[in-house]
Structures are given as C-alpha cells and as structure tokens.
Write a protein that binds this ligand. Structure first.
Ligand code: NI
Length: 226
C-alpha cells in the first residue's frame, strides 16, 4: 500500500525545521548507501547521529506517534531515526530497493525495513524534477508532495528519485519495522480499522462497530510481532 500522510507539519513548522537543517553540516549521501546503491546514489545528507538530525528526528517521531492515520497504516514496532537528504544541480538516485535490515550506528539495534517513508520539506514550486518514482504491483507512481506531507510505501518496492534540475529538494527519509510484517495483511487491517471507525462515527452506540473492532483486535493479536 502506498499512502500519503498529509499535513504532518504546518508551513511555519517546516520553515523552522528547514532553518535548523540549513545550518547543519551536509556530506556526500553515499555514506549510508549499500554497495550497489553507491553507484546509483548522488545526493547530500546530514551525517547519522548529528545533533540537528537527532533533534528534528525526535520531533518527527513524536509527531508521527500522535498521527492516527500513520499509526493505523504502519502499525509501527520500531522506527529507524530519521535521516535527511538534499538534491540539487541535477542530482538523483537511480532505481533501487532499500536494504532489508538497518543497523543503528554504534549500537546493536537493528530495524527491519517493512515500510519506507519520505517526508517532503521543500515546496514543489521551489524545484523542478525530484519526483519519487515508486513501482508496485499496481504500476508506477510518481510522488511529489507539498512540504510537510509524507509518503509511506512498502520497502520491498523498486524506487528512484528523478534528477533535480532547478532549485533544491530537501526531505527526511526513514524506515519502519511494522508489527505486521506482511504488506497485504497490514493493508487488510488498515481497511478494517477504517470501516469500524466510520461505523462508530455514524452511530453513538453500534454493536456492529464493537464486533468489527473486536475482529480487528483479534486479527492483530493473531498476527502482530511486538
Ligand atoms: Ni531508497
């Protein structure tokens, strides 16, 4: 499932985030790339563990934890600390699939990437190109969202970032290990949750909504790894 999480951050919040990121030290993005990706990847990143990355990363995780759409769609078990990248002057990232296991630098912690997330931090009118192109079973999707919006997609998908031919594209990207490893099962739970919530919203007391919610939790109990 490919899903947009809109309005995670307001224009003012994005501006504040951008100011902090602009003041940080940026390095060649190949530092976090796997062997094959080194060839495909051409961008700039803030180094892992940089104080600014930590501060903004924590703000992103806190915001996500309070976002009902994200929680319902991702059913997160662990989230890799957000990283930050910037593309300009024709930079791009060729087609690749993200590494399955991410090691948290300097620790023994590992995160399995079930879902990949990109939080857009530049407005689409400020750059040309830079679309995130994702291939899934339903075809090819070109994603370019307003600043403050995020896209969530299965980490098993082939994807690339088109060359940025004018201006600069800044974003945060990270991976989520879900309590529900299988994308199909997770999508089913997300649909079920949506329907149960809609029925509950239509009626103050709805025995059917209670039963549906019960089925949701019983499936979650059956499938979740926590
Ligand atoms: Ni990627």
């Amino acid at each position: 499932m490919l899903l947009t999480i809109p309005d995670l951050f307001s224009t003012e919040q994005v501006q504040q985030i951008r100011q902090k990121l602009d003041s940080a030290e940026w390095v060649d993005g190949r530092v976090t790339a796997g062997h094959q990706s080194t060839v495909a990847k051409d961008n700039m990143q803030i180094p892992e563990g940089h104080p600014v990355a930590k501060e903004i990363g924590e703000l992103i995780l806190q915001t996500l934890g309070q976002d009902p759409l994200f929680v319902s769609a991702a059913l997160p078990a662990k989230v890799f600390p957000p990283l930050f990248n910037r593309y300009s002057g024709g930079q791009s990232f060729g087609t690749h699939i993200d590494n399955a296991i991410r090691h948290l630098k300097g620790t023994t912690h590992r995160v399995r990437s079930d879902l990949s997330a990109t939080l857009f931090l530049s407005n689409p009118e400020d750059y040309d190109g830079g679309e995130l192109v994702i291939e899934d079973t339903y075809g090819i999707h070109s994603v370019k969202l307003p600043a403050g919006h995020m896209v969530l997609y299965p980490s098993s998908s082939l994807h690339n970032v088109r060359p940025v031919t004018r201006g600069a594209r800044m974003s945060s990207f990270f991976w989520i290990q879900s309590m529900i490893r299988d994308d199909g099962a997770r999508t089913l739970l997300f649909d079920l949750d949506n329907v149960a919530q809609r029925i509950a919203a239509e009626q103050i007391y709805s025995p059917n909504a209670i039963r549906l919610t019960g089925i949701y939790h019983n499936l979650l109990r059956r499938w979740a790894e926590v």
